[in-house]
Design a protein around this ligand. Structure first.
Ligand code: ATP
Length: 212
């Protein structure tokens, strides 16, 4: 099984990294691919360039076996930077590389709340399982029929078919967001211990996020 963790990573922080590491171990994954998006469809353009977000990600996962970076969304958009990075296209392309393997797309519960606004969101399940990262003790409520029909009882069910299931998985909650980090830096506050030191160094060196 292969894990997929998409994001803007503007910048990458311990909320992303801890979640990726935890699911790698709890789902027994061969790898978790962190996929930085070129142009997120549902938000403003990232504050820094794609190349810089990628470099920060590289610094963050150095020496972390099993966490890898997949640049297909960035590569897809080098010619037309403003085309949105749709996850359904990314999964389609991953499916071509991994024909029979279970693909697990991890998203935070905040992202899941907006899932039905994603481009061709139903088709995500044609290519991957969807795993929503929740708070411990989180209760699944008000799922509509489309989702309820796809609920997997356990992790084993995700290994039995390559795509199509929905699963909720509790991870350690770290209330860290890239928005809050950018805002701290703009206010000259110290973001220490919210993201790796190497990334903080990079941000300082390149004077990123100093203005809103
Ligand atoms: P921003 O504040 O700029 O919106 P973000 O911190 O939410 O950024 P993204 O790169 O947009 O980070 O998030 C990528 C994925 O990581 C999403 O699925 C999101 O739900 C998840 N995620 C973000 N922060 C956390 C966190 N603290 N714990 C667990 N998952 C997270």
């Amino acid at each position: 099984m292969i894990g997929i963790f998409g994001g803007t990573f503007d910048p990458v922080h311990y909320g992303h990294l801890r979640s990726a590491l935890e699911v790698k171990d709890s789902f027994g994954l061969d790898e978790v691919r962190l996929i930085p998006c070129a142009n997120p469809p549902h938000r403003e353009l990232p504050a820094v360039t794609a190349a810089m977000r990628l470099q920060m990600l590289e610094l963050a996962i150095k020496n972390q076996p099993g966490l890898t970076i997949d640049t297909r969304e960035l590569d897809r958009h080098t010619l037309s930077e403003l085309t949105p990075s749709y996850m359904v296209d990314t999964l389609k392309s991953l499916r071509q590389d991994f024909k029979d393997e279970s693909l697990l797309l991890f998203i935070g519960s905040d992202a899941f709340e907006h899932l039905t606004g994603w481009h061709q969101w139903q088709q995500l399940f044609d290519y991957a399982h969807l795993v929503v990262l929740t708070r411990p003790g989180f209760e699944i409520q008000g799922l509509d029929d489309f989702f309820r029909a796809r609920l997997a009882k356990n992790i084993k069910a995700l290994a039995q078919q390559p795509a199509g299931k929905l699963f909720f998985s509790a991870v350690t909650q770290l209330d860290i967001s890239a928005t809050a980090i950018r805002s701290m830096i703009a206010k000259k506050q110290n973001p220490g211990f919210l993201l790796p030191d190497a990334v903080i160094e990079y941000i300082k060196q390149h004077r990123l996020y100093e203005t809103h």
